[in-house]
Design a protein around this ligand. Structure first.
Ligand code: PHE
Length: 370
């Protein structure tokens, strides 16, 4: 090949490269095309092999043409890469981003239903002069049972099958040990409420091995059962925001005398249409199934109270002198009342929660309803 022909084919390579590079849209492909032309075995190198066969006088001209075509290809590469970068930057800017738009609202959190209920209950009792007291969840057998009139061989221990850490240490099965701790450290007059977790070997739709109770204790000169009744009536009426009454069913707890199960008037049907139950319906909890099949509990009866007109909410009674003796309070001078209720149950009754497990599962669909 003559020098002119070589120069012509070099210039042709430059033009060919224009066509090759035009459709390429990413840097990797562009670099590969560049290597096809300028690499060691590239098209320009192939042409340069012919250089040696030219008469020496012609070589500088052809060499200059080689340099020109190399520079041209490199320039095309740089330009194409710049074009791509510019296009990317323009596309970026063209995206409609309004930085002045207010942020999407993040759903506000709120207190868990049980926390709300606990705070409300404490609020209501605090208006009556009760202050909050606390005790440990891992408690001594003595505070949990013995000081509360329940020695180790007492049959009433079966009512609260609990978790033993050791012979003398238990997970408290009720908040009543807070009564003992309070009376050990404070002299009457005493008015406390003690909300807190308790633990029992129980597990079904309405019982959980861990749940929350609220204990109440008032000790002073001249405290009577009517004070207990008045406080509880006030509480349920405030908590359910309607006038409700309570009734007491004689019952046994080793630390109160007399002792009672507390029922509140059904907040759903208010005891209607059957009207408030007659005395013979006031049977203890074990007879609940029997009551359900009674005429007043048959079809059309209130789902919440099963037509009985009453809802069981807890236990209560007058502090037994045996308890005062354990904490050195003079039972000739002082009397007191105590009560305990389950807060999960209060929220179930008021907010229509029908499985106790919902409280603890953390399912957002449940939590956000309250
Ligand atoms: N501690 C009892 C229980 O958990 C409830 C109770 C408290 C009863 C205070 C009487 C007085 O079953």
């Amino acid at each position: 090949m003559s020098a002119d022909q070589l120069i012509a084919s070099l210039e042709q390579l430059g033009r060919e490269f224009q066509h090759v590079i035009r459709p390429l849209a990413d840097e990797q492909a562009i670099r590969a095309a560049q290597a096809q032309f300028l690499g060691k075995k590239g098209k320009v190198s192939e042409v340069m092999k012919e250089l040696g066969r030219l008469p020496p006088a012609d070589r500088p001209l052809v060499g200059a043409a080689v340099n020109r075509v190399k520079a041209d290809i490199e320039e095309q590469v740089a330009r194409r890469l710049r074009e791509l970068a510019d296009a990317a930057a323009r596309a970026d800017l063209a995206r409609a981003v309004d930085v002045t738009l207010p942020a999407r609202p993040v759903g506000g959190g709120h207190l868990h239903l049980l926390t709300q209920v606990r705070l409300e209950a404490v609020q209501i009792f605090s208006e009556l002069g009760f202050v909050v007291a606390e005790g440990p969840q891992i408690e001594t057998d003595w505070h949990t049972f013995e000081a509360l009139g329940t020695p180790k061989d007492h049959p009433a221990r079966d009512m609260q099958d609990t978790f033993y850490v050791s012979d003398e240490i238990v997970l408290r099965s009720h908040t009543s040990p807070v009564q003992i701790r309070t009376m050990q450290t404070q002299a009457p007059p005493i008015r406390i409420v003690a909300p807190g977790h308790v633990f029992r070997r129980d597990d079904d739709a309405t019982h959980s091995p861990m749940f929350t109770q609220l204990e109440g204790l008032a000790v002073d000169e001249g405290i009577s059962f009517t004070d207990l009744k008045g406080v509880l009536i006030h509480f349920v009426s405030r908590f359910f925001a309607r006038d409700l009454t309570v009734r007491f069913r004689p019952s046994y707890f080793p630390f109160v005398e007399p002792g009672a199960e507390v029922d509140m008037q059904c907040s759903f049907c208010m005891g209607a249409p059957q009207g408030l139950p007659r005395a013979e319906d006031a049977r203890p909890r074990s007879a609940a199934g029997e009551r359900d099949r009674s005429p007043s509990g048959a079809g059309g009866a209130c789902r919440l109270c099963k037509g009985t007109g009453w809802l069981e909410i807890g236990g209560a009674g007058m502090v037994d002198p045996v308890v005062f003796a354990a904490v050195n309070i003079d039972s000739e001078r002082y009397t007191g009342f105590a009560f305990g209720m389950g807060l999960e149950r209060m929220a179930m009754l008021r907010n229509g929660v029908d499985n106790i497990k919902f409280y603890y599962e953390g399912d957002i669909r449940f939590l956000e309803q309250f």
